[in-house]
Every structure is written in structure tokens, then in C-alpha cells.
Ligand binder design. Structure first.
Ligand code: G3I
Length: 342
């Protein structure tokens, strides 16, 4: 507790005397984080970092199907709106995540039965109601999330089963509902999975050939300190050579990917992590400027990481801020070493 207060004090005083540069001011592209409305409300240190260090917001969970469409005839935008309000009142960009996914689908959708027409009506209604609700207020949407398996085949889901062409249709519906939104396909783990990467590139080509509006690719970048740089670089190159806008949409760098219970987060691990962040930011800087949508971290502090919560990996430290929300070496590298990059 004492440490938390000391770190918070240092952070706040540094900021108020303008001694320490802020992350979001270092780059010519937006820098975001996925956020959680409960933490924004309850945790002052979290809210401070969310407000000062980032200029783009993604809802970690609160714009997903399960959250916004809990019953067939009821939408609940309350929590997503809270995040949007936070973004708006702090002059931050809001990125929409996500309209169509196989995960976090409400029970009623999973249990839905109907013919092809009824399924289409269900998904179209969902995509368009959500996109219309946020129309003009989000800069872009992850329209379809994680549709492919590592072998390049379409991931089995209620969507592909009932609406075989659901990817194209979802993009079309989203575009009709919010014609100015930048529409992304978002996925993870393309590095070292050439078939998955190829499937994504083929999909882009197919959509473009059919004049379906797709504008961007989200590369989630859930990587770890041992991820192969050359493979990541290849994925970035292949993705950006489509000419689409590129978002590193869910960046975190795991230091203990095998979930070793004896793992110690020592200086060596912190340095390796810093080097990997350096590589990622260098690689992003190499993407042509007009294609840079920004880099978004998946969560703010290590303690909030989905790797701890969802994956139950207690000894994981994948972000720029530690358990007390104090900045780590990678943070200082990004704010000090690179400060004239803009
Ligand atoms: O809201 C319920 C709560 O009522 C319940 O008591 C509690 C008990 O488990 O669960 C809560 O829901 C959890 C939800 O996060 C909100 O905290 C879910 O169990 C949990 O599964 C869910 O995890 C999220 C995960 O997506 C679901 O797959 C993570 O927070 C979120 O970080 C993660 O984000 C995804 C991106 O959307 C897509 N890319 C991968 C990324 C990491 O998995």
C-alpha cells in the first residue's frame, strides 16, 4: 500500500512539474490502451495514466456482443458509453472493438435457431444497431475479430455455420451504418503461421475484388520476449503491402510465456522486454505514415492484464506499468530515448 502511494506521488509530482515526458506526446500516431470503466471509476492511479499517457481508447470488453446485446430485444450501451464519454471529455480517439467475434457471444445468440434469413437478420441487426449507436463517435471498428485458425481455415463459429459469407456481409453492413468509420479485420498470431497470414491476405483481396469496404488490418501483437522478430517483421510487411491502414491493436509482451511459477521478473527480463518494445515501435515507424492508425496496448498496468485474469498467469508482467502503476524501463525508453521522433 505504502509503495503504491509513493509511486503515485512521484508520478503525480513529475507530471505536474512537467519533468517527465508523456507517452502520447512522443509519437506522430495515436497511442492507445484498452480500458475498463470500473477501473477508470475506482482506481485513481489507473485513471491518471489513462488520462495522461494515452490519446486513444479501446473498450477491453464493453462494446462486445455479450456486453451490448444481452437479450434479443435489448441493447445495453451504458458501459461502452461511459468509456466513450471518458474519451470525449479528454479529447481522445475512441476505437470500436468488436462487432463480430466467436467469443463473448451472448447466450441467446448461441442458442438461436432459425433459417439462413433469420440468422442474417440477427447479425445485420446487431452490427448496424451498434455501429449506428456509435456512428461518428468512433474512428474505426474491428468489424470481424479472429476469424481464421492457424492453418488458414475459417474458425468454426455460429457465424460461419449459419452465414457462410458473414465476413463480407459484416463489413458491408458496418459501412452502411457508419460510412465514415475505418473498418478493420483484427487478428493475432500471424507470425510463424504463414497459412493464417495467407488466409487474411486472400480475404482482403477477395473483399476488395468484390468492392466490399475493408480499410484496415489490426495486428493484435500479443507477443512475448522470445517471439521471432523476422517473422513479426514479415507479417507487418505483408500486411502493410496491402495498402490498408495498420493498427497494432492489442500490444503486450509476455515475459513468462510458459507460466513458470518460479519465474522472477528480474533486470534481464525487463531489458529483454524493453528491447522487444523497441523492435515493435521501430517496426511500426517503418510503416508508411498514411497507413499508421496507431499502437494500442492491451491494458495499462501489469495487474490488469488479461494474461493474469483470463489466462490465469499470475507471474506475467507484459505492459509498461507495474503492479503499482509505476513506469517500467520500457516506458522510460519510449518516453526519453525516442522523444524527438515526432
Ligand atoms: O463480466 C463477468 C463477470 O460478471 C463474472 O463474474 C466474471 C467471472 O469470470 O467474468 C466476467 O467476464 C469476464 C470478462 O472478461 C470481463 O471481465 C470473462 O469471464 C472473461 O472471459 C473476459 O475476458 C476477456 C477476453 O477477451 C474474453 O475472451 C478479457 O478481459 C479481454 O482482455 C480479452 O480480450 C481479447 C480481445 O477482445 C480480442 N483479442 C484477444 C484478447 C485477449 O484474449
Amino acid at each position: 500500500m505504502k509503495t503504491i502511494f509513493i509511486c503515485l506521488f512521484i508520478l503525480l509530482t513529475q507530471r505536474s512539474f512537467g519533468q517527465s515526458p508523456l507517452l502520447k506526446d512522443q509519437f506522430s500516431f495515436p497511442l492507445g490502451a484498452s480500458m475498463n470503466p470500473r477501473l477508470l471509476q475506482e482506481n485513481e492511479a489507473y485513471r491518471h495514466l489513462a488520462t495522461t499517457e494515452f490519446n486513444s481508447v479501446t473498450a477491453e470488453n464493453h462494446m462486445k456482443m455479450m456486453m451490448v446485446h444481452p437479450e434479443a430485444n435489448r441493447f445495453d450501451f451504458s458501459k461502452g458509453d461511459e468509456l466513450l464519454q471518458f474519451a470525449k471529455s479528454n479529447q481522445k480517439r475512441m476505437h470500436g472493438h468488436t462487432l463480430v467475434w466467436h467469443n463473448q457471444v451472448p447466450k441467446w445468440m448461441n442458442e438461436f435457431s432459425g433459417d439462413a434469413q433469420a440468422w442474417e437478420a440477427l447479425l445485420k441487426n446487431h452490427v448496424q444497431e451498434v455501429a449506428k449507436h456509435y456512428q461518428g463517435q468512433v474512428s474505426g471498428w474491428d468489424v470481424v475479430n479472429e476469424a481464421f485458425l492457424d492453418d488458414g481455415s475459417l474458425r468454426p463459429s455460429i457465424w460461419v455455420k449459419n452465414i457462410p459469407d458473414y465476413i463480407a456481409k459484416s463489413f458491408q453492413w458496418a459501412h452502411e451504418a457508419d460510412p465514415n468509420a475505418i473498418l478493420f479485420y483484427n487478428d493475432y498470431g500471424q507470425d510463424g503461421k504463414p497459412q493464417k497470414m495467407k488466409a487474411i491476405l486472400d480475404m482482403v483481396q477477395d473483399l476488395q475484388a468484390r468492392h466490399i469496404p475493408i480499410h484496415g488490418l489490426g495486428l493484435q501483437m500479443h507477443i512475448n520476449i522470445s517471439s521471432n522478430n523476422a517473422e513479426i517483421q514479415r507479417v507487418i510487411q505483408q500486411s502493410s503491402s496491402t495498402g490498408l491502414i495498420i493498427h497494432f491493436s492489442e500490444l503486450d509482451i509476455a515475459v513468462n510465456p510458459k507460466n513458470d511459477s518460479t519465474f522472477v521478473y528480474n533486470e534481464t527480463a525487463k531489458e529483454a522486454q524493453k528491447q522487444k518494445f523497441k523492435f515493435i515501435f521501430d517496426a511500426y515507424a517503418g510503416i508508411p505514415k498514411p497507413q499508421q492508425y496507431g499502437i494500442t496496448f492491451w491494458n495499462i498496468g501489469d495487474r490488469d492484464s488479461w494474461l493474469r485474469g483470463y489466462f490465469k498467469r499470475p507471474k506475467e508482467y507484459p505492459l509498461l506499468f507495474d503492479d503499482a502503476y509505476a513506469p517500467k524501463p520500457a516506458y522510460f525508453y519510449l518516453t526519453n530515448t525516442r522523444k524527438n521522433e515526432k
